[in-house]
Design a protein around this ligand. Structure first.
Ligand code: NAD
Length: 439
């Protein structure tokens, strides 16, 4: 199959490389010339474990190419995926569909120019219900309806585990009632049938909603356990044990029950907001999702308060070391990371910040100011009045605590990911704060 991926970001690049690895011919297209040049020179513009090797292998096998030229890329394509960004629109929180509609317009124009065969246009971007209808209307302005079909195929991969998620998904959701389109998409995902991956065919609108409903549910689960952690702190219970106690119930399940500083990232914050807007517009308010959004926003600033409280209520003139800046480990993605709320609040209260992240410092530099970046953990901790663990990168899980204690001016650790055990920290002589566990 010949596949075009429009948008070569976290989703487009991973999906393109994985489809190529399935044996398809893939062309990844992006408007960002720097990204295309970077890829064509053998580098990868983002950090995602295993991606460099996967891309190199498929480029070498001539199954994966990169270009900014959509016309050329679309020649003979069986499927054109739209994998462009759908950020929050400034002001109202709706999904900004400028890039999706822009891509649809270009795809329509190029379909009209070529006399190619039937092409399936597949929206992989996360888009509000009804976007597929609009994409179809845009393309219909350029070519007759028999030449193409528009399907929805939301992506569920997680950054940091994107390749395995793409190749071993829990399910593939495909929204189209067009049989020819179903056949093309079935053929694209055929390698997954060996693992008996369920492929769920639905209407386009249902498929679009499945993606948002899934993310909203997961965001709710996280927020639930985060609030439970606050209650644990108030009553002297242990949130990790509560999570285990409820997670062993198969109706609940153990995943997404790790209390922390609030969810961030490129999906949950914007997708919960966009879903809430869609619901409000359709007079079917999602009050639970609204409460989740509000609680999560509040939580991030509460984390700054927690740090200030641990430092006796005053961080003015204090130096605070941060380990981890990205919204989760194994990614350099800084979009809506809790660090973007917590650090500026501490700076406003007079603290100076030094930080280390294994991959995200380059991205962080664009979004946070007045931070002293350090090249490694122990240099970051040196001379600080407190250490905050904000992202649970593996390399922070086995720190030399004796060395950390010596390097810190005062032995204060705020562990916002609960990666250390309170009793051990106490034994080691730390003033230790965490999320929802008695110290
Ligand atoms: P991204 O910002 O990393 O990448 C989007 C890319 O699209 C950019 O490189 C941009 O230059 C390019 N682009 C925009 N308009 C274009 C056009 N007309 N032609 C060619 N390229 C164009 O975004 P992402 O994180 O990959 O997310 C893409 C979509 O997938 C979003 O809707 C997101 O919600 C969804 N999604 C993301 C994840 C994730 O973990 N990042 C997971 C599941 C779904």
């Amino acid at each position: 199959m010949r596949v075009v991926m429009v948008g070569t970001g976290y989703v487009g690049l991973v999906s393109g490389a994985c489809f190529a690895d399935f044996g398809h011919d893939v062309v990844c297209v992006d408007k960002d010339l720097f990204k295309i040049e970077t890829l064509n020179s053998g580098s990868i513009p983002i950090y995602e474990p295993g991606l460099r090797e996967l891309v190199a292998k498929n480029v070498e096998a001539n199954r994966l190419t990169f270009t900014a030229d959509l016309i050329e890329a679309m020649k003979g394509a069986d499927a054109v995926f739209i994998g462009v960004g759908t950020p929050s629109r400034r002001g109202d929180g709706h999904a900004d569909l400028t890039y999706v509609y822009g891509a649809a317009e270009e795809i329509g124009e190029n379909l009209a120019k070529s006399n190619s065969k039937f092409t399936v246009v597949v929206t992989k971007s996360t888009v509000p219900v009804g976007t597929g209808d609009e994409v179809e209307a845009i393309i219909t302005k350029h070519v007759e309806a028999s030449r193409f079909a528009v399907a929805s195929n939301p992506e569920f991969l997680r950054e940091g585990a994107a390749i395995i998620d793409f190749k071993r998904p829990d399910r593939v959701v495909v929204g189209t009632e067009d049989e020819k389109a179903q056949d093309v998409i079935r053929a694209l995902y055929r390698p997954l049938f060996i693992n008996e991956t369920p492929i769920l065919f639905t209407s386009r609108r249902t498929s679009e909603l499945i993606k948002y409903a899934g993310n909203a549910f997961l965001a709710t689960k996280i927020t639930f356990i985060n609030e439970m952690a606050d209650l644990c702190e108030a009553v002297g219970a242990n949130v990790q044990e509560v999570a285990r106690g409820i997670g062993l119930d198969k109706r609940i399940g153990p995943k997404f029950l790790h209390a922390g500083p609030g969810y961030g990232g490129s999906c949950f914050p914007k997708d919960t907001l966009a879903l809430s807007r869609t619901a409000a517009e359709n007079n079917a308010p999602l009050t639970i999702v609204d409460a989740v959004i509000a609680a999560n926003n509040q939580r991030k600033s509460n984390m700054a308060d927690k740090i200030i409280k641990t430092l006796d209520g005053d961080v003015c003139g204090k130096k605070i070391a941060f380990l981890g800046l990205s919204f989760k480990p194994n990614t350099d993605d800084m979009r809506d990371a809790p660090s973007l709320t917590i650090i500026p609040r501490l700076q406003k209260a007079g603290a100076t910040i030094q930080a280390y992240d294994p991959q995200a410092m380059k991205e962080a530099e664009k979004l946070l100011s007045d931070i002293t970046y350090k090249a490694e953990v122990y240099d970051c901790v040196k001379g600080a009045d407190a250490l905050v663990i904000l992202t649970e990168w593996d390399e922070f899980r086995a720190l030399d605590l004796g060395r950390i204690k010596k390097l810190l001016k005062t032995p204060i650790m705020v562990d916002l990911r609960n990666i250390y055990r309170p009793e051990i920290m106490k034994e080691q002589g730390f003033i230790y704060t965490n999320i929802g566990r008695p110290v």
